[in-house]
Each structure stands twice: as structure tokens, then as C-alpha cells.
Design a protein around this ligand. Structure first.
Ligand code: URP
Ligand code: ZN
Ligand code: ZN
Length: 487
């Protein structure tokens, strides 16, 4: 008689804080026991010599999301989640994106309809909020937070998406009151617009000029401004997809002051540079994303930020646009850089890239790897301890890694629908071998073993850092009784 549905024997387990060598007993999709010499399982796997890590959480990815220009991402919730699973990720948190004028409730309902029948691993949603009307903020947002969508992203750039500083204050004030996490795409719209005008006036249209227009100072100015607004409101904030040293230092300075400011970075800022946007012909378009990749010195600054705690989250910002007339080249083979859909794919390679080049080369340790790729996202977005760790009671989402496997990346081996990878030809060491989602071996021996729609929606709790500190700026102190009550 089996005691467990599954037992992983002799696992070398690493979490964000611990290392233990023991068995993992799984029952009903959860970790039921951790210990030496556990009783029998209906299925048993000997993981001797193998590292077992929590399944990754990719908390920044765009799946089945139309861009403001009407281009839809190449991946739907099937190909996107299959690709994630093959890369060792067992939870994704993509965006339910509001376009101006949309009802937030309708938007979230539409993403549920898109994800429910197709996802093969578990998923939650962040909102993208572009239209903070009184109805959206006062009625729809509170209801959605109750339903488990407890984080929202706002943009400081892109004509169709951006909110202004006054709207940002409204969003932060409501987020603080409701206990939500605000994520910010920080780039100064006018700096980018001014530089873009000058470049185009000079006839400079090639993809490489995207990286010139999206200057590092545009990023750091916007990040610093957003941080000050968060400080005024005593609201937590996470600056997403940080690309460069300047914005990273603004985040670090705020953290040193004790503010609840968090940072996220992505593979493109460690492994690509602006030179990639200058590849032959239009090939540079494959590497156009915002903010853009920088230079080698900038990559080193991002590595330092991963090590010194500036960044809590390492996500993919998977924004998969095909390199053809349906997406990247929608405006023709000679599109100016302003017309190239922004974004790069990265769901499947996020973990192998960071494992190989981070852990394998001694830049971060295995606990930092787990924290950056899984645990911190679970904590920041209200999924911990169900997700993001290996502990009794947690969902049985874990990955057996082959740390010795040498892999040369080619697009053929990947499972997304994008048609290219920015990391073609890169040599990596270490690969997620067997991937478990709620105790199911969803990827094993290179084969998918999960039904469409078998992933579940995860309602998120209010994130822990979203609790106000009470450390209000004097202007905001309700005791002053100015007829203004901050929430
Ligand atoms: O270029 C990017 N990052 N595209 C995806 C959308 C976003 O702003 O994250
Ligand atoms: Zn963004
Ligand atoms: Zn993004």
C-alpha cells in the first residue's frame, strides 16, 4: 500500500534559504513530507546526484496579449505555458491588459477565457492599467483584488498606454488602500519622443537607433520620479525590466532609505547588448525591446544588482513577436525603429541562462538563484508559501536539474511559437530535466505530459509588502486635518 502518490528519493534540495538531502513525498498534488527513508510511493524516482529546485515563477510575461498597435503575441496560453514548463517554470504571471476605454472586469474575464482551456501549468494575472477612471479604481479594482488579481502594471511611456504623474498618484493611493502591488514601466516619454524626432529628422531609422532613443537617462529619470511618487504615498512599488546601472542605483538608494521599492531585471540585460540591434539587415529588429539591451559594462552592473539585492525578481518579460509581416515587420522590411513591435522571447531559457551563467560561473549562489527565479516573486505577488519553495504543504512544483548537461541553444529545441531565439548558438551548462507541476511530471525525458487546460488559476493574496508602514510624509498626515485623508 503506497503512502504517497510520488516519492522523489535522495534529492539534493535547494530553496532560497536551505539545502537538504532527503526524500520528497507528494500526495494530492502537494508536498506531504520531507524526510529520510519516507514510506513507499505509487511512483518513485531516484534523484541521486541531481539537484532539485522549486519550479520557477515567471512573474513578467506577455501571453496572448494584443499590443497597442493590434499585433498579438505569438504565444497563446498553450504554447506559452508549454514553453515555460520545458524551461523549468511551473507558474506564470502574465498580464491582463486594459486598453483605454476597456472595463477592467471585462478584460480579466477575457484573459480567463483565453487561459483556462489552454494553460498546462498554473497561472495568475497582473493587470495592466492604462485608464484609471473613477469607476475602474473605485469599483472594478477592489472587486478584482478580492478575486485574486492583486498587482497592476502602469506605463510611463507609449502613447496608448501611459499614465501621467497625477494619475500615478491616484493609482498608488488606491493600491495602498487596497493592498495591491504597483509595477512600473519606467521610461521618460518625452525624452524618448524628443530623441526619436531628432533621429528620424536625420534619417536614422534602423533598429539600432531604438537603443539610442530609449536612453539610459530616460529610464533612470522615470524610475527616480516613480520612486518619489511611491514615497509620497507610502506605497510599495516594483520597477520592472531594469536595464541599466543608473536606474538600478536609484532603486538601491531608495532601498537603503528603507522604502518598499523593489526591482526586476531580465535575461536580455545580462546576455544581449545594443550591438545586437545592429545586426545585418533588419535582424536587429529581433532584439528591439524596451528598455533596450545596453553594453557590457551595463551587463556587469546588472549582475552586481542581482548579487547585492537591488533586484528581487529575475523574470523573462517574454514578449513574443514573430520576425515577419504579422508582427516585428508589420510595417514592411524597412520599418523605422519606431514601428517595430517591442519585445523579445525568453520564457523557456530564463532559468537555464541564469543557472549556467550565474550559478555555474559563481556570480550568484544556488539560494540566490531560487530566490530570484521563484521565491521572491511568490512573496511579492501573494503566492507564498503555496508556490516558490519546497516545503511541507506547498504545491508539489519542483524541477530535477541535470547540472552537468551541456546544451547549445538552437530555436529548434524550444517550444514557443515565436520562430527565433535571441540566444541562438549560446552554450549553456545545466538543464531542467524533469518538471513537476502539482505532482504531475509535466515534462519528462523531453516529452510533454500535460493536457491543455490542466493548469489552474491562482488567486493571489494581497502581497506582504503592500501593508502600509504608516511612515507618511508630513503633507499626507491625516492628523493635520486638511480635509484630505490619504487611504
Ligand atoms: O519591449 C518590451 N518590454 N515589450 C513588452 C512590453 C513591456 O513593456 O514590458
Ligand atoms: Zn514594460
Ligand atoms: Zn513586459
Amino acid at each position: 500500500m503506497s503512502e504517497f502518490d510520488l516519492v522523489i528519493r535522495n534529492a539534493d534540495i535547494a530553496t532560497a534559504s536551505d539545502r537538504m538531502r532527503c526524500d520528497i513525498g507528494v500526495a494530492d498534488g502537494r508536498i506531504a513530507a520531507l524526510g529520510v527513508g519516507l514510506g513507499p510511493g505509487a511512483r518513485e524516482i531516484d534523484a541521486e546526484g541531481k539537484l532539485v529546485l522549486p519550479g520557477g515563477i515567471d512573474s513578467h510575461c506577455h501571453i496572448d496579449q494584443p499590443s497597442s498597435d493590434g499585433v498579438v503575441t505569438a504565444d497563446d496560453f498553450y504554447s506559452g505555458t508549454v514553453s515555460a514548463a520545458f524551461g523549468g517554470t511551473t507558474t506564470v504571471i502574465p498580464f491582463a491588459a486594459q486598453m483605454k476605454g476597456d472595463s477592467l472586469r471585462d478584460v480579466v474575464a477575457a484573459y480567463h477565457d483565453a487561459a483556462g482551456p489552454k494553460a498546462v501549468i498554473d497561472y495568475a494575472f497582473h493587470l495592466i492599467l492604462t485608464d484609471p477612471t473613477p469607476e475602474a479604481m473605485g469599483q472594478e479594482l477592489p472587486a478584482l483584488i478580492e478575486d485574486g488579481v492583486t498587482s497592476l502594471k502602469v506605463y510611463m511611456t507609449y502613447d496608448a498606454l501611459k499614465i501621467d504623474d497625477r494619475q500615478m498618484l491616484t493609482v498608488l493611493s488606491e493600491a495602498r488602500r487596497l493592498g495591491a502591488m504597483t509595477m512600473v514601466h519606467a521610461e521618460n516619454h518625452d525624452v524618448i519622443g524628443w530623441l526619436t524626432d531628432k533621429l528620424l529628422e536625420g534619417g536614422l531609422r534602423a533598429p539600432k537607433y531604438h537603443a539610442v532613443a530609449h536612453a539610459r537617462i530616460a529610464e533612470s529619470e522615470a524610475a527616480s520620479r516613480a520612486i518619489q511618487l511611491a514615497r509620497l504615498m507610502d506605497a510599495p512599488m516594483l520597477i520592472v525590466h531594469v536595464s541599466a546601472e543608473e536606474a538600478a542605483s536609484a532603486i538601491k538608494d531608495a532601498q537603503v532609505k528603507g522604502l518598499k521599492i523593489y526591482g526586476e531585471t531580465c535575461p536580455q540585460y545580462l546576455f544581449l547588448t545594443a550591438d545586437d540591434l545592429d545586426r545585418d539587415g533588419m535582424d536587429g529588429a529581433k532584439f528591439c525591446c524596451s528598455p533596450p539591451p545596453r553594453d557590457v559594462a551595463g551587463q556587469e552592473a546588472i549582475w552586481r544588482g542581482l548579487k547585492n539585492g537591488t533586484f528581487q525578481v529575475f523574470s523573462s518579460d517574454h514578449a513574443p513577436y514573430k520576425f515577419d509581416e504579422t508582427a516585428k515587420l508589420k510595417y514592411g522590411p524597412a520599418s523605422p525603429f519606431t514601428k517595430i513591435a517591442n519585445g523579445v522571447p525568453g520564457l523557456e531559457l530564463r532559468l537555464p541562462l541564469l543557472f549556467s551563467e550565474g550559478v555555474g560561473k559563481g556570480r550568484i549562489d544556488i539560494h540566490e538563484f531560487v530566490a530570484l527565479t521563484a521565491t521572491n516573486a511568490a512573496k511579492l505577488y501573494g503566492l507564498f508559501p503555496r508556490k516558490g519553495t519546497i516545503a511541507v504543504g506547498a504545491d508539489a512544483d519542483f524541477v530535477i536539474w541535470d547540472t552537468d548537461r551541456d546544451v547549445t541553444v538552437t530555436y529548434d529545441m524550444l517550444h514557443d511559437a515565436v520562430g527565433y531565439t535571441p540566444y541562438e548558438g549560446r552554450r549553456l551548462k545545466g538543464w531542467p530535466e524533469t518538471v513537476f507541476s502539482r505532482g504531475r511530471a509535466v515534462v519528462e525525458n523531453g516529452v510533454l505530459n500535460a493536457e491543455r487546460g490542466s493548469g489552474a488559476f491562482l488567486p493571489c493574496d494581497r502581497p506582504e509588502p503592500a501593508r502600509p508602514t504608516g511612515d507618511l510624509q508630513p503633507e499626507m498626515d491625516p492628523a493635520r486635518n486638511w480635509g484630505f485623508t490619504p487611504h
